[in-house]
Design a binder for this molecule. Structure first.
Ligand code: CA
Length: 513
């Protein structure tokens, strides 16, 4: 890879005393930037160069925020490496600004629609999927066998149904089911089965003796009649032999395929979208290209009346003051603080803190610590007021921009956003990940053109053109907005094209027995 002839750096905020190197392959010692900084050493792509002398102990500013203090003097033109940056303590969760930045110009954005599947509860699916949920891991092998046969023998007769998906997980037995934190995995599973992409037709396969009884998973199955309609219990005495179990599952599946298969896509307003935002494999470009473009699209979606979920506790913790300032009211600010405090305590219980978040890949991509990563991550949420907060696994019951509290782990965050009711997923990545979900389309945005070029059949959108100056944040934001409507209407993402999906991964902070 040849370095571009023109040395290019990006300073995000006028107060910043560092900027990141844009050129593929980095910049060599002696390179001179447009504003006259001469590099004293080679600085890799995405890494920071000092724009002025930074004395020992002074703040290193990026995004206009202190991402750390200089361990020793850093001279202008030097590479600001991780070893030179001392991470600040997390900001205490008190004396935070509340609702001081809610002056968002929210003119309604009218006239944008997609072709979706209208559900009986008023939500809309972007896909039409038969979900088979499970109460316990014990049944996973049987369900997998049944799904194989359903796909081969039944699904071809229902061309309007996109797929059959088994909701397998490792929960259900051998767990402290009455522990204070057990409601998190249980409500997550319950709310996933109510995801708009399942058309209100999810069915349950249970074993029979497990702790997570089907009536605890889905209280509406407690009545005998509803139970018979929605639940196949493998230990039922009527089952004699493996084949009778498979037959029961296939008969129930076929009844549901008939209902789902009779549905057609119809025009739905953009306000029916529930878009989950996430990043993974982040680099220093995440916060200057992909995430700002996603933030612009977030504002468009909110103006169109949609629901947008942003998440990842450890990646917003250092910007909690930005979030409470954008809280619609004091109740929302309190809920944000409550979720952060709960997560601080959860990490402390395991002998860790937010600094456990950054990965070797993040650091290779130029991010020195979680503070820098968080500032780039929050940008995905745009500038709209935050009008609600969901605990892990809770289902969204309102529109607008919501903070859905989740760990930052990609698969756990995606699983929890599915429980929140997400019908479309945007995922930004700098290092690159083939991440996908079986039941919700995942649209992936590359932070760098180099990644978009190499992973041309895995990345759906290249935001790197913002860094190279060939497109603006607004242009890429609109491109993403239109792409989201197309994907919601049935256009396949690359992850769907290759049928790539990650496992459902429950967040279970409660003990295992
Ligand atoms: Ca993540």
């Amino acid at each position: 890879m040849h370095a571009s002839p023109e040395p290019r750096i990006i300073r995000v905020h006028p107060q910043d005393n560092v900027a990141i190197v844009v050129n593929d392959g980095g910049l060599p010692a002696g390179a001179q930037t447009a504003d006259g900084v001469i590099l004293r050493e080679h600085v890799p792509q995405g890494h920071k160069v000092a724009l002025q002398d930074i004395p020992a102990g002074h703040a290193i500013l990026r995004y206009g925020v202190a991402i750390g203090r200089a361990v020793s003097e850093i001279t202008r033109g030097s590479w600001v490496q991780e070893s030179l940056v001392e991470m600040p303590d997390a900001r205490p969760l008190e004396n935070l600004p509340v609702s001081t930045r809610t002056d968002f110009a929210c003119e309604p954005l009218e006239g944008h629609t997609f072709e979706g599947f209208r559900n009986p509860d008023g939500t809309a699916g972007t896909r039409n999927i038969l979900a088979i949920t499970t109460t316990v891991q014990c049944v996973a092998g049987v369900v997998e066998h049944a799904v194989r046969r359903i796909k081969a023998e039944l699904l071809p007769r229902y061309p309007n149904v996109d797929d059959v998906v088994a909701l397998e997980h490792t929960y259900g037995c051998g767990v402290a089911i009455d522990a204070p934190d057990a409601p998190i995995p249980i409500r997550t599973l319950r709310n996933i089965s109510l995801n708009p992409n399942f058309g209100g037709q999810a069915m349950v396969v249970s074993l029979g003796c497990e702790k997570l009884q089907s009536s605890k998973l889905l209280p509406e199955t407690a009545q005998a009649e509803a139970h018979a309609r929605c639940v196949v219990c493998l230990q039922d005495e009527r089952h004699v032999g493996f084949d009778s179990m498979i037959r029961s599952i296939m008969e129930m599946a076929e009844a549901r395929l008939k209902i789902l298969g009779a549905r057609q896509r119809e025009t739905c307003p953009a306000s029916d979208l529930v878009v989950g935002l996430q990043c993974g494999g982040s680099d220093a470009f995440s916060g200057v290209t992909a995430n700002p473009a996603v933030g612009f699209a977030t504002d468009l979606l909110v103006r169109a009346g949609a629901t947008v979920l942003f998440s990842e506790n450890t990646e917003v913790r250092d910007g909690i003051d930005q979030l409470t300032a954008r809280a619609l009211n004091a109740g929302v600010a309190d809920a944000l603080v409550r979720e952060m405090a709960w997560y601080d305590a959860y990490l402390a219980r395991g002998g860790a803190d937010r600094s456990a978040n950054t990965t070797p890949g993040n650091k290779k991509g130029g991010l020195v610590n979680i503070v820098e990563k968080a500032m780039g991550s929050i940008v995905k949420s745009g500038s709209a007021p935050i009008c609600g907060v969901l605990g892990p696994g809770e289902k969204a019951a309102q529109k607008g921009l919501l903070y859905a509290a989740t760990p930052a782990s990609d698969f756990i965050c995606g699983t929890l956003q599915m429980a929140a009711g997400m019908n479309l997923h945007v995922f930004t990545t700098g290092r690159g990940t083939p991440y996908g979900l079986a039941a919700v389309p995942v649209l992936k945005v590359a932070t760098r053109t180099d990644l978009a070029r190499r992973w041309h059949d895995l990345m759906d959108l290249d935001a790197g053109k913002i860094a190279t100056g060939t497109a603006t944040i607004e242009e890429v934001g609109w491109e993403l907005f239109h792409m989201l409507l197309a994907v919601a209407s049935g256009k396949k993402t690359w992850a769907e094209h290759w049928k790539l999906h990650n496992a459902l991964t429950l967040f279970n902070p409660a003990p295992i027995t």
